[in-house]
Design a protein around this ligand. Structure first.
Ligand SMILES: Cc1cc2nc3c(=O)[nH]c(=O)nc-3n(C[C@H](O)[C@H](O)[C@H](O)COP(=O)(O)OP(=O)(O)OC[C@H]3O[C@@H](n4cnc5c(N)ncnc54)[C@H](O)[C@@H]3O)c2cc1C
Length: 196
């Protein structure tokens, strides 16, 4: 949703030309940034308020019980822990597709959430949960979206009826879904990424 208090019920993706939607899309990304920064600050304050010492830096193991923290300024600190809990999350997997890593127009889910320019056309590799979240909102904004899924099954972890219903809904909404198709190469051409 976009529009603050005055038109909070109106979807940012509703109505207007592609350019108008692209302008609103840019504002949505900006609002998202502000919101996540605010939430992050709130969580930080909460943790500190509860007595947690939060160090903002990058950690690496020196051995089983010692961690080296490197701060953004470059200075380091060594910490010892009898027990150390690792909560470092995950990073997006970039599949070994020829030219994908090198493409200037290929994004992971993290990169997509920072993309300020609404793409006219968007190809999504993979029809899992995260791969499906993006097509829906970009389609709502007016992008032409194609999803490539290498297996026959769409959202393979879901029950067949659920995946069939989602497939029907997404196709009706205008998304093009290619199954049993794998992207094997990507190359940049005329300011776009071209997949084959
Ligand atoms: C596009 C997308 C959509 C999602 N949507 C949903 C959703 O709708 N609902 C839902 O429940 N989940 C969703 N998820 C999953 C959810 O984001 C993760 O399950 C959750 O963030 C995992 O929490 P975490 O604390 O394990 O890791 P993270 O949230 O990834 O936190 C790990 C933290 O560790 C930091 N870190 C990593 N390495 C180091 C290091 N060496 N030193 C110091 N710090 C380090 C990272 O910077 C990060 O801040 C989504 C994920 C993605 C990518």
């Amino acid at each position: 949703m976009y529009g603050g208090e005055n038109n909070a019920r109106m979807s940012a993706a509703e109505g207007g030309s592609f350019q108008e939607k692209a302008d609103r899309y840019r504002k949505v990304i900006e609002e998202k940034r502000q919101l996540t920064a605010e939430l992050s600050q709130k969580n930080y304050n909460k943790a500190v308020g509860a007595g947690v010492e939060v160090l903002t830096g990058s950690a690496a193991f020196l051995d089983d019980h010692r961690i080296l923290v490197t701060y953004p300024e470059g200075n380091t600190e060594e910490l010892y822990g009898k027990r150390i809990f690792i909560n470092t999350g995950g990073t997006p997997f970039v599949p070994p597709i020829t030219g994908l890593k090198e493409s200037r127009y290929a994004y992971t889910s993290e990169g997509m959430m920072e993309l300020e320019t609404l793409p006219e056309k968007l190809l999504i590799i993979g029809g899992g949960y995260i791969g499906l979240e993006f097509p829906s909102y970009y389609t709502n904004f007016g992008s032409q979206v194609t999803i490539v899924q290498d297996g026959e099954a769409f959202i393979p972890r879901e029950d067949e009826e659920v995946s069939a219903a989602v497939l029907e809904h997404m196709t009706a909404a205008g998304m093009r879904i290619l199954r049993k198709a794998a992207v094997t190469a990507v190359r940049d051409e005329n300011g776009k990424a071209r997949a084959s």
